[in-house]
Write a protein that binds this ligand. Structure first.
Ligand code: HEC
Length: 178
């Protein structure tokens, strides 16, 4: 191919590519700060990222009855829907590695419970709970597991102070990051 022909061929293919781009189905769009904010909801063990709001155990009982009990059962023992496990109890992990891992015997931090519920529950409608509802239902589950008293109120200050029963058995690899 002569240089001229090559140049013409290249110019033509650039024009074709530009035309194709102009007619593209416009897949994807720039992500906005608001889009990111909706997913930037990590609640760290230190309390960093916990939203304003609060909830009592009694409020949580109502949220639970309305929005959780169908799948996790009114007594929290789970099994109302496939995969919806128990939210209560649990044997000591010293019984062996096969011991079922539950909130009470395995979650290292109370904030993890809040974080998981906020981002993933109710299973069929995640991220629909208000912050007050998440605090309340977290309080309810912690109280039913006898980790906090029935009179406790959970908010951004009190929740990170709740010590989970198995907290001391975790090895934190990067303590300065949490
Ligand atoms: C439609 C059924 C359904 C509803 C309603 C539902 N869940 Fe779940 N839940 C599930 C399933 C399924 C899983 C397991 C999810 C997984 O493994 O990814 C789960 C897991 C969980 C876990 C993690 C348990 C663990 O051992 O780590 C928590 C905590 C939880 N749900 C709390 C709630 C709360 C609180 C509500 C009400 C606001 C709720 N769920 C409503 C189905 C449901």
């Amino acid at each position: 191919m002569s240089t001229l022909k090559l140049a013409l061929a290249l110019a033509a293919s650039v024009a074709v590519a530009a035309a194709a781009l102009a007619q593209s189905p416009n897949l994807g769009k720039p992500i906005t700060e608001a889009d990111i904010k909706a997913w930037d909801i990590e609640a760290a063990p230190s309390g960093r990222g916990l939203p304003p709001g609060k909830g009592t155990v009694a409020d949580g009982a109502k949220v639970y009855a309305d929005k959780c009990a169908a799948c996790h059962k009114p007594d929290l023992t789970g099994g109302g829907a496939p995969g919806a496990g128990t939210l209560i109890g649990g044997q000591p992990l010293s019984n062996g590695i096969e011991t079922p891992k539950t909130i009470a015997n395995f979650y290292g931090h109370s904030t993890t419970l809040f974080d998981f519920i906020r981002r993933a529950m109710p299973f069929q409608a995640p991220r629909t709970l208000t912050s007050d509802e998440v605090y309340a239902v977290t309080a309810f589950i912690l109280a039913r597991n006898k980790i906090i008293p029935d009179s406790a109120v959970m908010n951004a200050e009190t929740l990170p102070k709740v010590k989970m029963p198995n907290a001391d058995n975790f090895i934190i690899k990067f303590p300065d990051r949490i």
